[in-house]
Design a protein around this ligand. Structure first.
Ligand code: S3P
Length: 443
């Protein structure tokens, strides 16, 4: 895909399902790979990030296949059963694939070199290498900076560890737990600020012995008993709230819109975006809420709304960490100022998202200020932004989709310099948005 462009649109309407949750899809493949038996996965996200995980597992001897009904099956090799890959493991653009697989593969007698695209190769891996090193897994790379390409030497017997997360990161937590699966003892992860708990939920469903203790001050202590027998289960992946956030904000800001999103994952540790948009005055109704394989799921009905600026506290960051770029677009249309606090982690995502959002919004006529870990956006009070710019996406899918949504309420079209990254998490984004009535061209 070349350079998509988005142009002011009339009201959005209709009912859609967004693609499967990226975090749950990675975990379904990885845990299915080390379970005993055949894991069947419904609704797997067929985005490039998840396909990178599938290919890496294939390179380590796991049969991963899609049948004629789009159900994916993983033929589990059992814990400790991954085999030495003959080639580098290419993680593409995916931090989740790289970090979680370092944990899972690290619990095997395997030496593997992880490689990735330009964006991933500049992202910090020391945050996983550090706890994994404590567990007896070693890392080396040419520059000694723990960035990809990075060679890891795993061990079949990781040392049980007790690790307190220095950053609120579900990827680091999951990497330690996945290595801990092979460990002959109890692995403990302490997270001062709870992060998405898909790994804990799925491992529990597969039969692992996990205890979660709430701590004073809101943190959690997670204890995993090593070397469990994991049994394959049937997994249904809900729609990704992080993808749903784009049509949700689009419907809120395009006057007269009303859309319904079916079967969206509503894990309470992921729904900070809904809380923030409701606080801004967004009309979002949750219906048909139920549990599916331990995960909360529901339908969302979203109507165009008059939004106002809010202060988003640092404590909410882990539960909406990937949604700040699209929240920033809503803020640009709100009345008053929106302030995001404690968002320094956004600087080490697929791009420096604070910088990418700030420069893109300024190009489109918005007023933005930022610091190392905060950002403020003065909204237009519901008036169209000027637009008329091509925004740099820096290999970041969420920057591309956020600005294409903003183009729906801009006086002049907004383009993005590279649409290809959208396929990492949301294949078919433009087609789905246009089915709702938006005006985006694929080029
Ligand atoms: C993810 C955790 C988050 C998130 C990423 C997916 C996961 O990253 O940004 O898109 O699946 O565990 P961090 O753990 O680095 O915050």
């Amino acid at each position: 895909m070349g350079k998509p462009v988005s142009t002011a649109s009339g009201p959005l309407s209709g009912e859609i399902s967004v693609p499967g949750d990226k975090s749950i899809s990675h975990r379904a493949l990885m845990l299915g790979a080390v379970a005993v038996g055949e894991t069947r996965i419904h609704g797997l996200l067929e985005g490039e990030d998840v396909l990178a995980t599938a290919a890496a597992l294939g390179a380590m001897g796991v049969r991963v296949e899609k049948d004629a009904n789009a159900i994916w099956t993983v033929d589990g090799v059992g814990l400790g059963g991954l085999s030495q890959p003959e080639q580098d493991l290419d993680m593409g653009n995916s931090g989740t694939a790289a970090r979680l697989l370092m944990g899972l593969v690290g619990g095997h007698e395997i030496t593997a070199t992880f490689v990735g695209d330009k964006s991933l190769s500049s992202r910090p891996m020391k945050r996983v290498a550090e706890p994994l090193t404590q567990m007896g897994i070693s890392f080396e790379n040419e520059k000694n900076d723990y960035c990809l390409p990075l060679t890891m030497r795993g061990t079949g017997q990781p040392i049980p560890t007790r690790y307190t997360l220095p950053v609120a990161s579900a990827q680091v937590k999951s990497a330690v737990m996945l290595a801990g699966l092979s460990s002959p003892g109890i692995t403990t992860v302490i997270e001062p600020h709870p992060t998405r708990d898909h790994t804990e939920k799925m491992l529990t469903a597969l039969g692992a012995d996990i205890k979660i203790n709430d701590m004073a001050g809101g943190g959690r202590e997670i204890l995993l008993n090593g070397q469990p027998e994991l049994s394959a289960v049937e997994i249904t992946v809900p729609g990704d709230i992080s993808s749903a956030a784009f049509p949700i904000v689009a419907a809120l800001i395009v006057p007269g819109s009303k859309i319904t999103l079916k079967n969206v994952g509503l894990n309470p540790l992921r729904t900070g975006i809904v809380d923030s948009l409701l606080e801004m005055g967004g009309d979002i109704k949750i219906t048909n809420q139920h549990l599916e394989a331990g995960e909360d799921v529901g339908d969302l009905v979203v109507r165009a709304s008059t939004l106002k600026g809010i202060i988003i506290p640092a404590s909410r960051a882990p539960s909406m960490i990937d949604e700040y770029p699209i929240l920033a677009m809503a803020a640009a249309l709100a009345s008053g100022t929106t302030r995001m606090e404690g968002v320094g982690e956004l600087r080490v995502k697929e791009s420096d998202r604070l910088a990418a959002v700030e420069s893109g919004l300024k190009l489109c006529g918005a007023v933005v200020r930022s610091g190392p870990d905060w950002m403020e956006i003065d909204g237009s009070g519901g008036n169209k932004v000027s637009g008329g710019a091509t925004v740099k996406t820096h290999l970041d899918h969420r920057i591309a989709m956020a600005f294409l949504v903003l183009g729906l309420v801009a006086k002049e079209p907004i383009g993005v310099d590279d649409g290809a990254p959208m396929d990492t998490s949301f294949p078919g984004f433009i087609g789905l948005m246009n089915a709702l009535g938006s005006n985006m061209s694929r080029d």
